[in-house]
Design a protein around this ligand. Sequence first.
Ligand SMILES: [Zn+2]
Length: 287
Amino acid sequence: MIPWIDPHIHMISRTTDDYQRMAYAQCAAVSEPAFWAGFDRGSAAGFHDYFRHLTEFEPKRAAQFHIKHYSWLCINAKEAENVSLSREVIALIPEFLTRPGVLGIGEIGLNKNTANEATIFQEHLDLAAKTDELVLIHTPHLEDKYKGTRMIVDMLKNDPRVKPHRVCIDHVEEHTIRLALDNGFWCGMTLYPTSKCTPARACDMLETFGTDRIMANSAGDWGKSDPLAVPELIQEMKRRGHSEAAIRKVVYDNPLSFWRQANNWKEWPPEPSANGAANAKAAKAGY
Ligand SMILES: [Zn+2]
């Protein structure tokens, strides 16, 4: 079986049984971006507790199933409309950036493409530039997607400190993927049952645009979503005759290559299917 990574899943909204099913399906690791809580939080203290949840509790819950858990920190675009609260939350982030498993700033971005969202997006970018963190970016849904992605790419290009190979633009679709790839960014395809992209469409995009700097995720969250969406893409790629190496590049090697650039990165342990001996050694070393 091919090990895989879900580089964008909100495990806070999922059950422990989901971790178990993901482990059975050979999930090696996840990364969890900070996002909306299902309601607008009333204070910066609420975010402080959330960041503790992401960096303390979820890694332990994942470890019970030998899944490695990483996280990204920010105030999401939905709540960025409250500019003063957003600034208080941004001020909290630096103390968490050195915690184990924190990969960078995310998922920042736009939701309704408003001026306040753009302001807070740029203030997050400023923090990422000053601390040289990786950046994970949410792009808006449906009819707002192209315009929002265009605005995001323009803001990224207007900041000379942004290094495109340290940025991933997520939730790309057929009409936005080129904006990400042609400008040197990484991108994520989200396999989501109600919007965004199906495994078949993701596979079509891989066949059209190649497998460099592309990853796939479930964006599992409060809505109808599937933590086993990445294995569904694996099945679709197999069905179409893609090689094991090509599949593995998309679902495992690419997210890992992106993450490896993180300031906080600790070298990835020998991976499960490589060989039993290395695996046993890693277990002993406490990975
Ligand atoms: Zn998300």
